[in-house]
Design a binder for this molecule. Structure first.
Ligand code: UD1
Ligand code: UDP
Length: 353
């Protein structure tokens, strides 16, 4: 039996881990033992616990309760505490997802102890090193032994950085989650309005922490009074809107962050999506909803090439033009696999470990 320590900590990682942690407890129960470590980066009930209870993810074996802080403080605290877990557990592999501070801290702690690292969502690049996520991705990939890439462009990005050993092209783990949970969770939500609406999310540091970009986005949405918006508000955004004394008009329904079932309900019912989230860009695509992305670059370039996603940055007029011209493309290519990525990843780990 091989022992895997999985490190998660932020909302998108709970969604991704849900797939593999569930498989380890079921189909792969005889092969792997998983110790699930939650760094505590996200800690509000609706940013963390709701995902474990609703999605039937095994509860974390360890919670490091690191909480919020500056990048250095948060990452440093995680490193020290993850190392203690690794000393105690002596795993055969450390598994991380995505590009958050929890991702990098997990990978770095294991790499220093010569414990092999598997990175799910390897090779994604925005080519914007100012983004904390880009730094985390590049550093994590460099020290990973098994690099699971969701797209060919991710494989190509790694090749350009001289990384080809241990690189595997799989599908996208979030497609597995989207397909599985739309069957198993109630797709009803009290937050889905009866009339047509736009689903919006906003939380990336490059938008929230820059008052000019934040104002550009708020001004655009406030000018779109003929549309109804539903915006589950990330705590980071709440904080920065208050600091910048910015607010949305009455046509924008602000709600607290919702669980994954609520989010699937909103994604399936909306007309289109306005977001700066990595995961929500893809989920819009999974539901065949056009997406307008409030960023200057995306790692999910295939959605743009296929005509389902348009990048608008944070400039008011550009956002308005995109909303007016939003279209649903005729073709929907299967860009992200068949929904069996969890099995592909576990089979490869089983073979290579
Ligand atoms: C983090 C990730 C980002 C990811 C996002 C997913 C990094 C560098 N960033 O950003 O890539 O897209 O998670 O949602 O890892 N807060 C709360 N309650 C919580 C969590 C956060 O109030 O449960 C507030 C705190 O004021 C905190 C702020 O949100 O300072 C930001 O949280 P943090 O984890 O630093 O970054 P995110 O913006 O969530
Ligand atoms: N999500 C959710 N509730 C919300 C907002 C997002 O369940 O209120 C889910 C969303 O469906 C996706 C994931 O969280 O699966 C994306 O996380 P987020 O946007 O926080 O981070 P990113 O993907 O940008 O790193």
């Amino acid at each position: 039996m091989k022992k895997i320590v999985t490190v998660v900590g932020a909302r998108p990682q709970f969604v991704k881990a849900a797939v593999i942690s569930r498989l380890i407890k079921s189909e792969y129960a005889g092969e792997f033992e998983e110790i699930l470590v939650h760094t505590g980066q996200h800690y509000d009930e609706n940013m963390s616990d709701i995902f474990f209870s609703e999605m039937d993810i095994p509860y974390p074996d360890v919670n490091l309760h690191v909480g919020s802080g500056s990048h250095g403080a948060m990452t440093g605290r995680m490193l020290e505490k993850i190392e203690e877990v690794l000393f105690a557990e002596k795993p055969d592999l450390l598994l991380v997802y995505g590009d958050t501070n929890s991702t990098f801290a997990g990978a770095f702690a294991a790499s220093k102890l010569h414990i092999p690292v598997a990175h799910v969502e390897a090779g994604l690049r925005s080519f914007n090193m100012a983004m904390p996520e880009e730094q985390n991705r590049i550093l994590t990939d460099r020290i990973s032994n098994l690099l699971f890439c969701p797209t060919q462009s991710a494989v190509d990005n790694l090749a350009h950085e001289g990384l080809s050993k241990g690189v595997y092209r799989t599908g996208d783990i979030m497609l597995d989650a989207s397909l599985y949970y739309r069957q198993s969770l109630s797709m009803e939500s009290e937050f889905v309005p009866s009339e047509s609406f736009v689903l919006m999310t906003l939380h990336r540091a490059e938008n929230t922490d820059d008052p000019q970009r934040l104002k550009g986005i708020v001004d655009a949405v406030n000018a779109l009074e003929s549309h109804r918006f539903v915006l589950p508000l990330h705590p980071r955004t709440k904080k920065y809107l208050e600091a910048a004394s910015l607010s949305f008009g009455k046509h924008v329904t602000l709600i607290d962050p919702v669980g994954f079932g609520g989010m699937l309900a909103l994604e399936s019912a909306c007309d289109f999506v306005l977001t700066d989230s990595g995961g929500v860009q893809k989920e819009a695509f999974f539901f065949k909803k056009p997406c307008i992305t409030l960023r200057d670059q995306t790692e999910w370039v295939e959605t743009v090439e296929a005509g389902w996603n348009v990048l608008v940055g944070a400039e008011t007029q550009t956002i308005l033009n995109a909303v007016v011209n939003v279209v649903t493309p005729g073709e929907w290519p299967a860009l992200y696999g068949s929904g069996k990525t969890g099995q592909e990843i576990l089979d490869t780990i089983s073979e290579k470990l």
